[in-house]
Design a protein around this ligand. Structure first.
Ligand code: SF4
Ligand code: SF4
Length: 421
């Protein structure tokens, strides 16, 4: 085992391999507050990559209803339980935030790499995990739209309705893809060394020729995003639409584009980019990269189950209406501040939130231009002044990709097109 620095845990961590960081890392932010579970992202992925025979159960991109839904069923509860059993009462956060190397304080418990028992490691199970049953893989939409009702009951409505700051009857949609983790559990567990992380963009791939279908990656990935395909006897996973990242999509030759699931998002909640990485694995300061801003400056976007220890590169703006203890378990101790900032966005955050889904190309930087005051109100005890600022998205070479305003542009279709689609 090597010692690596896991900045999401705010401490060093044991990992089976020496650290090797990419120059840039594939990363994304999903704003849960906006997801409507239309599953357009899911189908965009499926119709692009996993439509062949034997891939019927392969949902590299999926959207599940929390807290009851999950694909495979109960994937997160089962891993949390394994960690709890391995380190009873240890799974706690402590200490204060400390810059980019410990923004959420320190995680005192064990990660999936540290909780594994030495005797299991000898049995070639290097990472704490489990293999889902066939039944758990069967129903991608299990318990969709089932809410938590009175006394924690499933699918019963609270008679008093809903009121913020948290709803009595609640659920939310969690959109998921592979997190292209900095310390991938799938890679750590593979006895064939068939899984690798690309140095240019941190995308994690399975070499189909090397894979022998032992399913160690399926067992180890705490997010269950490596999937076994029985008819060809190898594992497959999200490839981050790497031809698009490389600028090979004929739609925009030579320009790095976001993945298909991002580009298709109806709710306009997905943003994906490539962040620069320091020699120690932390994010290089890049103040006007929108992902850097959302994760490290505004701190509204948080990693999914950082306590697992893989340092996932997917970040979520938590849903403001869900109970905080549930969200803290899922996104760590930054939840309360993230929701507070999202509810009361400052001028810059409001501008950056307009960048989501205005274009399919990867945004490397943004710039803001001041606009007129357009609205003034008091909300939850705080005064809000909204300005119609312009936010400008810049591409890899610093050229402008597009510009948009805080007040959404309003288009009226001509009579000729009024009822056409
Ligand atoms: S989410 Fe799972 S499959 Fe994806 S890189 Fe991380 S450990 Fe591997
Ligand atoms: S396309 Fe967007 S809004 Fe629709 S389910 Fe996917 S993430 Fe949610």
């Amino acid at each position: 085992m090597a010692e690596v620095h896991n900045w999401q845990l705010g401490r060093g961590m044991s990992y089976p391999y020496e650290a090797a960081y990419p120059k840039r890392q594939f990363a994304f932010v999903f704003n849960i507050n906006r997801c409507i579970a239309c599953q357009t992202c899911t189908m965009a992925c499926k119709s692009t990559w996993t439509f062949s025979k034997g891939q019927e159960h392969m949902w590299w991109a999926n959207v599940e209803t929390k807290p009851y839904g999950g694909y495979p069923q109960s994937w997160d509860i089962k891993t949390l339980r394994l960690l709890e059993e391995a380190d009873p009462d240890g799974q706690q956060w402590r200490g204060d935030a400390d810059g980019r190397s410990a923004p959420y304080g320190q995680f005192g418990g064990k990660s999936i790499f540290e909780a594994q028992l030495p005797e299991k490691a000898a049995e070639s199970q290097r990472v704490l995990g489990y293999l889902p049953t066939d039944e758990e893989w069967n129903s991608p939409n299990i318990w969709e739209d089932n809410a938590v009702g009175p006394k924690g009951k499933r699918d019963a409505l609270h008679p008093t309705g809903v009121e913020l700051p948290t709803h009595d009857t609640w659920f939310f949609y969690l959109a998921r893809i592979c997190n292209h983790c900095s310390y991938p559990a799938c890679l750590a567990a593979c006895p064939r060394k068939a899984i690798y992380k690309r140095p240019e963009d941190g995308v994690v791939l399975i070499d189909q020729k090397q894979c022998r279908g032992y399913r160690k990656c399926v067992e180890a990935c705490p997010y269950k995003k490596s999937m076994y395909r029985g008819n060809v006897r190898v594992s497959e996973k999200c490839i981050a639409c790497y031809p698009r990242l490389e600028g090979k999509d004929p739609e925009r030759p030579g320009e790095p584009m976001e993945t298909r699931c991002m580009a298709a998002c109806i709710g306009q909640l997905r943003m994906q980019g490539l962040v620069e990485i320091e020699a120690d694995g932390t994010w290089k300061e890049d103040r006007y990269n929108p992902l850097y801003y959302l994760v490290h400056v505004a701190k509204v976007a948080l990693p999914l189950y950082p306590q697992f220890g893989t340092q996932p590169n997917g970040y979520y703006i938590p849903p403001r209406w869900a109970p905080r203890p549930y969200l803290r378990q899922m996104f760590g101790p930054g939840v309360d501040d993230a929701i507070e900032r999202y509810i009361h966005p400052d001028r810059e955050l409001l501008g950056v939130l307009q960048l989501f889904r205005r274009d399919n190309r990867i945004i490397y930087r943004y710039a803001l231009e001041d606009g007129e005051e357009i609205y003034r109100t008091t909300y939850r005890g705080k005064q809000h002044v909204v300005y119609d600022d312009t936010v400008i998205a810049l591409g890899r070479d610093g050229k402008e990709l597009f510009r948009t305003t805080v007040e959404e542009p309003f288009h009226v279709r001509s009579d000729r097109h009024a009822n056409s689609i």
